[in-house]
Ligand binder design. Structure first.
Ligand SMILES: Nc1nc2c(ncn2[C@@H]2O[C@H](COP(=O)(O)OP(=O)(O)OP(=O)(O)O)[C@@H](O)[C@H]2O)c(=O)[nH]1
Ligand SMILES: [Mg+2]
Length: 323
């Protein structure tokens, strides 16, 4: 409508007080619409009031840096007054499934973030079905949700379903190992899998590029369904489209984790200090950590939840009905 108005009218409109402008706009809306155009606002207000929740799981072979990455991603930022771990207080080996929950609030928006840290596998000689405790955990959350949904008090259901599983792949192999294929195939119908190349500081850029390519090919070859980033809307601006393209091209993300803050070029950054230099976790030239964090928190959290609900949970319900 704006574009059709005469320039003088537009100028007058701009000179009015913001309040009068708003009232006029409302009147215009009244004239043209039944008013369900305000629905997004209503939904927005309601969701903000209720708060959001998100559950992220990490899985993969033992010692690939899962617990470290989770701390680098969230916990050190989330616990504002928490001290960073010193070298002596290193994270120890995870031996059982651990659930951490943190409530964060930013500009009045509440997020309840749950992180499920799982013990790494691959230490045993026989790794058949080593992912069983993890598949059981994911199933139990569906089961609980299904029970709550069919119960009497459906108003305040806690959604503990796993919305995303970061799967760590070793940087030392030449692609996927049989255990990686086994794990991902056991879980790909139950949860959104986001594969990661762990400890990317062990590889030079050309090796990372090759390994990424190899992993992408093998994921295809073995028919593994990892989480697919949704198509970018055609009406998005060029910057957003470019970011989206870069995100898709970077998969599987190569990440680095660290619990220590080091000094690099006069600044204190989270990184790893080697005798020959420093790798910075949040430096985009060093790894894809920032891309991963943006994807999880800023751009794709909602889609990950939607796919969990509409695809994975529906699969589970269909499966239950058949039994
Ligand atoms: N080079 C390098 N080492 C890392 C990185 N992330 C973690 N580490 C080190 O790898 C070791 C294992 O890290 P953890 O975070 O305990 O690994 P995990 O995958 O949780 O291991 P489990 O709990 O046994 O499954 C520690 O000594 C970390 O300091 C990384 O990005 N690069
Ligand atoms: Mg661990």
């Amino acid at each position: 409508m704006d574009s059709l108005a005469a320039p003088q009218d537009r100028l007058v409109e701009q000179l009015l007080s913001p309040r009068t402008q708003a009232q006029r706009r409302l009147k215009d809306i009244d004239k043209q619409y039944v008013s369900f155009a305000t629905l997004p606002n209503q939904v927005h207000r309601k969701s903000v009031k209720k708060g959001f929740d998100f559950t992220l799981m990490v899985a993969g072979e033992s010692g690939l840096g899962k617990s470290t990455l989770v701390h680098s991603l969230f916990l050190t930022d989330l616990y504002k007054d928490r001290k960073l771990l010193s070298a002596e207080e290193r994270i120890s080996q995870t031996v059982e499934i651990l659930k951490h929950t943190v409530d964060i609030e930013e500009k009045g928006v509440k997020l309840k973030l749950t992180i499920v840290d799982t013990p790494g596998f691959g230490d045993a000689v026989n790794n058949t079905e080593c992912w069983k405790p993890i598949t059981d955990y994911v199933d139990q959350q569906f089961e609980q949700y299904f029970r709550d949904e069919s119960g009497l008090n459906r108003k305040n259901i806690q959604d503990n379903r796993v919305h995303c599983c970061l799967y760590f792949i070793s940087p030392f192999g030449h692609g996927l190992r049989p255990v990686d294929v086994g794990f991902m195939k056991a879980l790909h119908e139950k949860v959104n899998i986001v594969p990661l190349i762990a400890k990317a500081d062990c590889l030079v850029p050309s090796e990372i590029r090759k390994l990424k390519e190899r992993i992408r090919e093998e994921i295809d070859k073995f028919g593994i369904h990892v989480y697919q980033f949704p198509e970018c809307d055609s009406d998005e601006d060029e910057d957003f489209k470019q970011q989206d393209r870069e995100l898709k091209e970077s998969a599987p993300f190569a990440v680095i984790g660290s619990n220590t803050v080091v000094e690099a070029k006069g600044q204190r950054v989270r990184g790893r200090l080697y005798p020959w230099g420093i790798v910075e976790v949040e430096n985009q030239a060093h790894c894809d950590f920032v891309k991963l964090r943006n994807m999880l928190i800023r751009t794709h959290m909602h889609d990950l939840k939607d796919v969990t609900c509409d695809v994975h949970y529906e699969n589970y319900r269909a499966h239950i009905r058949q039994m």
